[in-house]
Design a protein around this ligand. Structure first.
Ligand code: G5P
Ligand code: MG
Length: 230
């Protein structure tokens, strides 16, 4: 049985309904960037399948060892592994508002998620592929924490170093141009049906644009209206 939906929680001294959101968008569309702003503004928890998998790779866990090659090749990690990991994380989070990033990734994952959780909104980022291809060339990450930088957009304070730990930044294996092309193709193939599935249930709101600075204010307004905090 799923977690009861209408639980109430206290955030910034206001009572508000638990809000469960999914953010969908092509690789490099800004899911992580927008999610970070949602975390800072609304206090949601950010649950990112990609970040969890990359942390496991850094820590060389069994999950990390299994996932590594799939990610490097731009393929999906098998459903059973990812679903089990993500549902466990959602359970751990308990009755708190969250934003799911990178999950679900296909119809099978969407169906399993819906059997467990009632999703309140799906935020769909619609960014042209040409913008994405340029962006990911400049992406640098701190894999252990999931912090993301972008040269010219969100630079680290010291070039090549993480702002918090000072560790050296790396580029993602799957940001190589040929892997990005494969990820974009796979995204279009698999996420079309997922968006249609959520669309039929009236859950999808799309935000189209080329830059986060034009998209974020619209996402913020949308969430303020929905979570009754505005
Ligand atoms: P991930 O980690 O889920 P993707 O491919 O869905 O990976 P990705 O690449 O993490 O998504 P994003 O989060 O949408 O992209 O984008 P982002 O990091 O916020 O922004 C991209 C860059 O642009 C950043 O450097 C950011 O600073 C910059 N940026 C943002 N806005 C702007 C702007 O306005 N201007 C400029 N110039 N720059 C900007 O999944 C990775 C892999 O894990 C596996 C798969 O193998 C997958 O390929 N995986 C799963 N496998 C099976 N099932 C699942 N559910 C899986 N989830 C992950
Ligand atoms: Mg991301």
């Amino acid at each position: 049985m799923g977690i009861p939906h209408y639980k109430y929680t206290c955030f910034t001294n206001m009572y508000t309904k638990i809000f469960r959101a999914v953010i969908i968008g092509a690789p490099g569309s800004g899911k992580g960037t927008i999610s970070e702003r949602i975390v800072n503004t609304f206090g949601f928890l950010h649950i990112s399948s990609g970040d969890i998998l990359r942390q496991n790779i850094v820590n060389n866990t069994d999950l990390g060892k299994k996932a590594k090659q799939y990610i490097a090749e731009g393929q999906l990690v098998p459903d059973d592994i990812v679903t089990k990991t993500m549902l466990a994380r959602i359970t751990e989070v308990g009755n708190k508002s969250y934003i799911l990033d990178g999950f679900p990734r296909n119809s099978a994952q969407a169906e399993i998620l819906s059997s467990r959780e009632q999703i309140d909104a799906v935020i769909n980022l619609n960014i042209p592929h040409d913008v994405i291809i340029e962006r990911v060339k400049n992406r640098w990450i701190h894999a252990p924490s999931g912090r993301v930088y972008n040269i010219g957009f969100d630079d680290p304070k010291v070039p090549g170093r993480d702002d918090i730990t000072g560790d050296r930044l790396t580029q993602r294996e799957d940001d190589k141009p040929e892997v990005v092309a494969r990820r974009l193709q796979l995204y279009d193939e698999l996420m079309g049906p997922v968006l249609a599935w959520y669309g039929k249930r009236g859950l999808v709101t799309s935000f189209k644009g080329r830059e986060t600075k034009e998209i974020w204010p619209r996402v913020e307004r949308f969430l303020k209206d929905r979570v009754n905090m505005g």
